[in-house]
Structure formats: C-alpha cells, structure tokens
Design a protein around this ligand. Structure first.
Ligand SMILES: [Zn+2]
Ligand SMILES: [Zn+2]
Ligand SMILES: [Zn+2]
Length: 148
C-alpha cells in the first residue's frame, strides 16, 4: 500500500488521517502478525513522540474500522495484520508459537456454519486455527528422545 492508499482507507472508514495511524498501518504491512508491543516499538522508533498507549488505541480503532485484523491465539497477546478480506486462517506451532497464514478453502466468510443450528446468531465468520508442530520443532523433538 502507498501512503495515498492508506490515507484513502482511513477516510473511507471516517477516521481522521494522522501520522500515528499511517505509520501503524505501514508497520503492520511490513511485519504481519506483529504484536501490539512490537508495533508500538516500531512506530515510536519512526515517530518519536507517541506514547505506547496512543498506539494501542490506534490499533483498536483501525481494527474496529476493519482496516486491520486482530489475530487472537489463546495464551498469547493479540497479533495484527492488514485486513485483506480473504478470510484466511492461521496455523500455529503448539511448541514455539510460530504463526503462519493458510488460505481458507472457501475464501469468504463465513466458510462454515455450526452443523446443529446457529442458536439464533447471524454467523459472520468462522475463525479456524490449525495447530501442530512446525518443521523446526519436529526436528528438535526427534533429536531429543524422551522429551515430552
Ligand atoms: Zn515450532
Ligand atoms: Zn494472517
Ligand atoms: Zn475458512
């Protein structure tokens, strides 16, 4: 995305265009799945005088506006990526926590609905997280027999 495109998406979302908002989107584009902490550190490196809390507020506003997507994997802080609308899912290593994108077989939300009824909910999306051991952790396990 160019800065003009970032400006346009802020305007589309009726958000005021500010330097911290533009920088936050740029950082998340460059570092997909960055934690709020990592984004705040990077934005502060670029802009200087912004508080961490201000950047957390920016992350929340951008997520609410649908510009960013928050990926919540239990046991870890939220990670952020640009919302591309591709409804992709994530695969997480249950040992080291490495997180990768995987395409949604359907490609649009909701890609599945509860088989026995939706309890009256209007289902918007299914968040699917695949879990397993990444290649690195698999080889570590093999090299350490007896390691649980
Ligand atoms: Zn791993
Ligand atoms: Zn992702
Ligand atoms: Zn899916």
């Amino acid at each position: 995305m160019t800065n003009d495109q970032r400006t346009a998406s802020l305007k589309d979302a009726s958000l005021r265009v500010t330097a911290p908002r533009l920088a936050t989107i740029a950082v998340v584009e460059e570092q997909p799945h960055a934690t709020a902490e990592a984004v705040a550190t990077e934005v502060r490196d670029r802009l200087g005088s912004v508080s961490k809390q201000a950047i957390y507020d920016v992350l929340n506003a951008l997520t609410d506006a649908g510009i960013l997507r928050r990926v919540a994997v239990d046991g870890r802080g939220a990670q952020y990526e640009v919302e591309t609308g591709d409804n992709h899912h994530h695969i997480v290593c249950s040992s080291c926590g490495r997180l990768e994108d995987v395409p949604c077989p359907v490609g649009e939300a909701p890609c599945m609905v509860p088989p026995e009824g939706d309890h009256g909910f209007a289902i918007e999306r299914a968040e699917v997280t695949f879990r397993g051991l990444c290649a690195d952790c698999q080889s570590t396990e093999t090299n350490q027999p007896g390691h649980k």
